[in-house]
Design a protein around this ligand. Sequence first.
Ligand code: SAM
Ligand code: SF4
Length: 452
Amino acid sequence: MMQQKRVYIETYGCQMNEHDSERMLRLLESFHYLETKDPKQADLILINTCSVREKPEHKVYSALGRFKRLKEKRRTIIGVAGCVAQQEGERLLDRIPYLDMVIGTHAIPALPQLLGKIEVSRERVCQTSFDQNGKYLEAILPEKPVAKVKSYVTIMQGCDHFCSYCIVPYVRGREKSRSSREIIGEVKHLAEMGVKEACLLGQNVNGYGKGSEKELSFPKLLQRINEIDGIERIRFTTSHPKDLSDELIHVFSELKKLCEHIHLPFQSGSDRILKRMNRGYTKESYLEKIDRLKKTCPAIAVTADAIVGFPGEEEEDFKQTLNLMGTVQFDDLFSFKYSPRKRTHAAQFPDQVEENVKKDRLSILQNIQKEITLQKNQALEGNVEEVLVEGQSKQSDRDVTGRTRSNKIVNFEGDLSLVGKLVPVRITRAYPHSLRGESVRSSVFQFRVSEL
Ligand code: SAM
Ligand code: SF4
């Protein structure tokens, strides 16, 4: 009988990275690896990272530093996966003598073979070539019912947009969509395994099917997923404002399972900066789309990404960003200081903004958003919201935690029998990052939902 081994995975970065870690785990399970949360128990340590900004990129080196002692003690196999692996390739092996494996963004399906080579000959391996056949996009499905209520489903990967600041097209390759048949098959399988919520993933989901006339459009794909029994909720991320079509906006009023939430990064409120970012839209056209979304689906929650301190950003440009935030009133905002990335155009721009200016702008923006988010959450006090229960709350054994359709975290008293259920919850208290509530009778909930 094969000896059971243990794998520890540390993940940094976006949902795409989280999902890739999940896929690696599933793949390794069929090769006698079980997950451990303790790196000291692991036979294999994988660090899966993002290189979109400098900060997550640095984390890979500090994590490797932490695991060096383990390597010396237990001969643990250590690998780096994700965007940093793709970007640095062999250079990582040169720089870190105790690193065994570099797994590029298209190399996940090759993980067992790479591991086999190391186990047999202690050879150090690196695979970072882009796969033209799309094998890297194939589903790695769970074989037994999963403990998770929600699951990511990759529908496309890569990006053709080449925003002037962004490394993604270089480390994830060009846009490539999976076939709708495979995606639908995967969602059906996940539903049979107990998953209730499917979150469709891609760098630019509204570019889904581009270049393949025979494929379903993204709105049509959503319609087909909406018909799958067992799936109660559908979400998707991320949308590019330029490609957000009226057809897609319309499905928010049509599909019952599609949650009332969109993540629509705007990056900057200044047309001058948007142009230099190569975003392909203006502040006005962005606001028009938000308007159409809110008219079509008044309950929609809107979140976004923004960058401050992009090269050449003046006080007036920054004010335009704050002005856009004031107009839209985002439910939440992920904001970043511009981080120059090797190989991108913006890294070569001569008018880089000083670090202390970036820092001050970020803090101003985040303080304003904190207030808006709290006000948005407070507006829900007294409402009855449908909450999909995900598990035990971190704060108390007596509480469970879940999310509203608008993607807000709600904690309320309840036991684990509620996990995977849609529970009507009255919101009693709003906090900056979550809501407190109490479960209410379903008759009340039915009444409120039919009113929506
Ligand atoms: N495709 C999505 C879009 O265009 O909206 C975004 C995907 S990107 C991986 C996630 C976010 O990281 C971006 O929306 C942007 O705000 C941020 N980001 C990307 N490159 C960055 C950089 N060089 N510096 C700071 N933030 C960056
Ligand atoms: Fe990066 Fe722009 Fe592509 Fe988003 S659309 S992944 S920001 S290049």
